[in-house]
Ligand binder design. Structure first.
Ligand SMILES: *Cc1c(COP(=O)(O)O)cnc(C)c1O
Length: 392
């Protein structure tokens, strides 16, 4: 790649150009989507460009992996990224690559419900142990790491849906002290707003379904690390366990990533205004947004993020029934699971995304809704919320 410098070009330049080699046959500026499942070698054992079979390697997936590695490592270009058919598939591959039966994972008490379900219901029966802590309480984390050897410290920040903030640099120090891998789920912040590897994390995981894809039209995941040995083990999982993502899905995430920066700027601006407006509404009990000055993680968020993200959670004074009614009365905000797309979405975690953690330590209050604030015009979003909150 000659037209950009991987080490000095800015985030948006790398997002647009990294991995996007000019097509050598037609000069197409956008590389083609390589759908072929298999590649003919020049002779037995003599591959043309290193490609043989699409589960293991595919040029469109390689382009995406180069693009993600470039963005998550800042501009150090020292990372390895592997993409998968979902965020959970990427988490599974990482856990299988890094852990063996009997190992222990210390995990935040407010992680994505599916991550907890994976640890508890899928990998628990395979003897992977997990221990739940409050990641915003460093004493509690230290106690958990000191009490028994942990292979992985698994952190989400900001968390889903309580928007808690964990101090990545402080957790990285603790993880080093106890010889534990620090894994950060960077789905909510994205590399545009937060670079965990630069703060000392060992691994970043993503659901590319969310902001990275950005258009609610693809399911995918990614794992990024600068640890070569671990990278090779994850690459092997991608090939040998086989949850790699398709060429079309790879392309959709690549296309989404090119506009990540401009989308995130707009998500942050809209979310900031809506969070502020909600704090002034008489029916609101509490707004969870790290950009608010009274948010308990505000100072840490300011230190480790360059913007506070597009996710806002809100609790209502009127209780569960009234909250469910609000959730069903918006029009621009669509009631749906997922987040991070250009369109605004509203989620009622207790009965939707987090139904699987009901009755556990990760249960979400019944008077809470989560907003994925989209890039529509702010007046339309505010007007929609205003009518849905009428009478509260
Ligand atoms: C959605 C999500 C996941 C899981 O990703 P899928 O693509 O749905 O498998 C993991 N972590 C976070 C924070 C998420 O929001």
């Amino acid at each position: 790649m000659t037209f950009i410098d991987k080490h000095t070009s800015g985030f948006n330049t790398r997002a647009v150009h990294a991995g996007q080699e000019l097509d050598p046959v037609y000069g197409a500026v956008v590389p083609p989507i390589h759908l072929s499942s298999t590649y003919a070698p020049e002779a037995i054992g003599k591959l043309r460009k290193g490609y043989d079979y699409g589960r293991g390697t595919n040029p469109t997936r390689d382009a995406l992996q180069a693009q993600i590695a470039g963005l998550e490592t800042g501009n150090a270009d020292t990372g390895y990224a592997y993409t998968f058919s979902s965020g959970l598939a990427s988490e599974t591959a990482l856990l299988m690559a890094a852990c063996k039966p009997g190992d222990r994972v210390v995990v935040g008490n407010d992680v994505y419900g599916g991550t907890y379900r994976l640890l508890d219901k899928v990998l628990g029966p395979w003897q992977l142990e997990h221990h739940v802590v409050d990641m915003s309480n460093l004493d509690q984390v230290r106690e958990a790491l000191a009490s028994a050897k942990a292979r992985i410290l698994w952190v989400e920040t900001p968390t889903n849906p309580m928007m808690k903030i964990a101090d990545i640099a402080a957790l990285a120090e603790l993880a080093k002290e106890y010889d534990t891998l620090l894994v950060v789920d960077n789905t909510f912040a994205t590399p545009y707003l937060q670079l965990p590897l630069q703060l000392g994390a060992d691994v970043v995981v993503h659901s590319t379904t969310k902001y990275m894809g950005g258009h609610s039209d693809t399911i995918g995941g990614a794992v990024v690390t600068e640890n070569e040995e671990l990278a090779n083990a994850i690459n092997f999982q991608q090939y040998a366990a086989g949850a790699s993502n398709s060429p079309l899905d790879s392309y959709l995430v690549t296309r989404g990533l090119k506009t990540l920066g401009v989308r995130m700027d707009r998500h942050v601006a809209n979310a900031t205004a809506i969070a502020q407006w909600l704090t002034e509404h008489p029916g609101v009990e509490k707004v969870h947004y790290p950009g608010l000055e009274d948010h308990p993680g505000h100072e840490i968020a300011k230190k480790q993020m360059s913007g506070f993200g597009g996710m806002v959670s809100v609790q209502f004074k009127a209780g569960v029934e009234a909250t469910r009614k609000v959730a069903e009365s918006t029009h621009v905000f669509r009631l749906a699971e997922s987040l991070g797309g250009v369109e605004s979405l509203l989620n009622y975690p207790t009965a939707m995304t987090h139904a699987s953690v009901e009755g556990t330590e990760l249960a979400v209050p019944g008077n809470l809704i989560r907003l994925s604030v989209g890039i529509e015009d702010l007046d339309d979003l505010m007007g929609d919320l205003e009518q849905a909150l009428q009478g509260l």
